[in-house]
Design a protein around this ligand. Structure first.
Ligand code: NAP
Length: 266
C-alpha cells in the first residue's frame, strides 16, 4: 500500500501525540485521536478541521481494552477502517527502586504496556486488511536505563520486546512495526510524572526537541516502515555506549544525574 490514509493515535490530547495527529492531518490522512481528556481532543479536532483536515475523537483510557476497541470502531464508522496505529499514550513515575510500590507498578504497566498491547490487538484486523503500519512511542530509556526511573525504564524496555516479537509475527501479513524512541522532549511529560522521592517537584520540561520535530521524525520513520528510530545524536550515543562500553556509559549517566540528586537532597 501507499502512504497512511487513516491513522489512530493514542495519547493524542497533548505533547507528542497531539503533534503526530497534526502532522498526519497535514499529509492528508484522516486522524482518530484518543485520550482521556475530552476538551483537549475537541480542540485538536477543531484545529485539524479548520485547516481542511479530517479528524474524529474517541475519549478513553488505553488501559481499558473496551475503550481502545471503541476508538477503532470510530475509525471504522467514520473513515471505513484503519491502516496505521500509533501507540503513544504513556507516562512516567520518579521513584528510587526501594520506593517502588505495587500500586505504581500496576498503574504504569496498565498504561505503558497493556495500553500498547491492546492498541495493537484491537487494530490488527484492520491493519491486516490494509497491510498497514503499527508504531510504538518508546524512549531512549527503552534501551538505556537511568536512575530513579526504573519503573518507566522497565515499561519502555518491555515495549522493545513487544515490538520485536510483533514485527517477526506480523511480517507475513505485510504489517510493519516501528519503534520510535524520543529523547527529552518539551511536553507536559514531567509535570504529569508523579515523584515518590520528595524534594522539589519536577519542573515543566522546556528543553529538548519540540514535539513537532519528534512527530516529523516519527511520521517519516513509520511511512518508510523503518524498524526503529531513536532520536537525537546524544540519545543514540547513549544507547551505543551502553551496548559497547557500559562502564563508561554508567559513569556518564552518574555525572549527568548529580544535579538531579542535589535537588532532591540525595
Ligand atoms: N517528553 C519526553 O521527554 C519523552 C521522551 C521519550 C518518550 N516519551 C514518550 O512519549 C509519549 C508521549 O508523551 P509526551 O511527552 O507527549 O507526554 P504528555 O504531554 O504527558 O502526553 C501524554 C499523553 O498520553 C495520554 N495518556 C496518558 N495516559 C493515558 C491513558 N491511560 N489512556 C489514554 N491516554 C493516556 C495523555 O492524555 P490524557 O491525560 O488526556 O489521557 C496525553 O495525551 C509517552 O509514551 C512518553 O513515554 C516522552
Amino acid at each position: 500500500m501507499g502512504s497512511s490514509r487513516v491513522v489512530l493515535v493514542t495519547g493524542a490530547s497533548s505533547g507528542i501525540g497531539r503533534a503526530v495527529c497534526l502532522a498526519y492531518a497535514k499529509r492528508g490522512a484522516a486522524v482518530v485521536a484518543m485520550a482521556r481528556t475530552e476538551g483537549k481532543l475537541v480542540a485538536l479536532a477543531r484545529e485539524i478541521e479548520s485547516s481542511g483536515g479530517r479528524a474524529s475523537i474517541s475519549v478513553g483510557d488505553v488501559g481499558r481494552k473496551e475503550d481502545v476497541r471503541a476508538a477503532v470502531a470510530v475509525a471504522n464508522k467514520n473513515f471505513g477502517g484503519l491502516d496505521t496505529a500509533i501507540a503513544n499514550a504513556g507516562f512516567g513515575i520518579y521513584a528510587d527502586v526501594e520506593r517502588i510500590t505495587e500500586e505504581d507498578f500496576d498503574a504504569i504497566v496498565r498504561t505503558n504496556i497493556k495500553g500498547v498491547l491492546w492498541t495493537l490487538q484491537e487494530s490488527l484486523p484492520h491493519l491486516r486488511a490494509a497491510r498497514g503500519r503499527f508504531a510504538i512511542v518508546s524512549s531512549i530509556l527503552g534501551r538505556a536505563s537511568v536512575p530513579y526511573s526504573a519503573l518507566y525504564c522497565m515499561t519502555k524496555h518491555a515495549l522493545t520486546a513487544l515490538a520485536d516479537s510483533a514485527r517477526l509475527e506480523l511480517a507475513k501479513d505485510g504489517i510493519s512495526v516501528t519503534v520510535v524512541g524520543p529523547a527529552l522532549t518539551a511536553t507536559d511529560f514531567q509535570i504529569n510524572a508523579p515523584s515518590r522521592m520528595g524534594g522539589v517537584p519536577s519542573p515543566a520540561n522546556t528543553t529538548g526537541w519540540s514535539p513537532e520535530k519528534v512527530a516529523g521524525k516519527l511520521v517519516a520513520a513509520v511511512e518508510r516502515r523503518r524498524r526503529e528510530a531513536y532520536l537525537t545524536f546524544s540519545g543514540r550515543a547513549l544507547i551505543w555506549m551502553r551496548n559497547h562500553f557500559p562502564g563508561i556509559a554508567d559513569w556518564g549517566v552518574r555525572q549527568w544525574m548529580k544535579g538531579h540528586e542535589k535537588r532532591r537532597g540525595k
